[in-house]
Design a protein. Structure first.
Length: 254
């Protein structure tokens, strides 16, 4: 029977509360205090789960950690915590953002890769792929992969879909570009297929929820999938920008 493995999505992190003001308002719910991330790691370690990259995830005690967008805090805050515990993760990098403001640079990426971290592509420009003309889509897929491989000197075989946008053409063109695995934003457990579901972690995700994901709690994951479906329905109904504005009003964030 194929292992069912939770794959978690993280983004950026901050140490001081005043740092959150520098994060675009639409992204703030995905930015976590470093202390909160450390609690997640400590809880899983205390329960003898193995935190690993999505490429190496195997077995009933595996929990895969993925990090999207290549924020500098992934290097300064997350990487040391993982290394200290002997854990790994997969870091999805936007090729055009390498070395940009508040982003990981080439030297840091090579350092992380050499320590056992996996590096994947998050597209060339972070443009949603679904609906793009084929030539533009192919460039996003192929050039980002080639550029990261040249930078690292290793194969880059895993893609995380920018903005989570996917259709059948995206899957087909990703295979042609040489990817062996695509990480989506669809909630669920990884079962070994080409398209990998992931479970999003936000600043509102408590440590007990992380433990529930690690335990493969069917009820919890079912609720997560239902909540995601509801959010997508609202986004389609009122539009992404109006949805983000609504979230900020409900959550009381700027």
């Amino acid at each position: 029977m194929q292992d069912r493995i939770p794959v978690l999505i993280y983004h950026g992190f901050y140490r001081q509360e005043d740092e959150i003001s520098e994060v675009p308002s639409a992204e703030r719910r995905y930015s976590l205090p470093v202390a909160q991330f450390a609690q997640h790691v400590e809880r899983l370690a205390s329960l003898h789960y193995s935190v690993c990259s999505v490429e190496k995830a195997s077995g009933s005690r595996a929990v895969a950690f993925t990090f999207d967008d290549g924020h500098i805090s992934n290097y300064t805050c997350v990487w040391p915590i993982l290394v200290e515990r002997g854990f790994t993760g997969t870091f999805f990098i936007v090729a055009d953002w390498v070395g940009g403001a508040n982003r990981i640079d080439a030297f840091q990426l090579r350092e992380m890769s050499s320590s056992g971290m996996s590096i994947g592509s998050h597209g060339l420009t972070h443009t949603g792929l679904a609906g793009l003309p084929e030539a533009v889509m192919d460039r996003e897929l192929r050039v980002s992969k080639e550029r990261l491989e040249q930078l690292l000197g290793t194969e880059v075989a895993t893609l995380a879909l920018p903005r989570g946008l996917m259709d059948r053409r995206v899957l087909e063109r990703a295979r042609v570009a040489g990817y062996r695995r695509i990480c989506t934003s669809n909630a669920g457990l990884m079962r070994g297929g080409f398209a990998v579901p992931r479970l999003s972690v936000t600043s509102f995700t408590g440590v007990d929820v992380i433990e529930g994901y690690a335990r493969r709690d069917a009820l919890l994951i079912g609720r997560t999938r239902a909540a995601q479906a509801a959010r997508l329905g609202v986004k389609r109904l009122i539009g992404v920008r109006n949805y983000e504005t609504l979230c900020r009003k409900v959550l009381g964030t700027p």
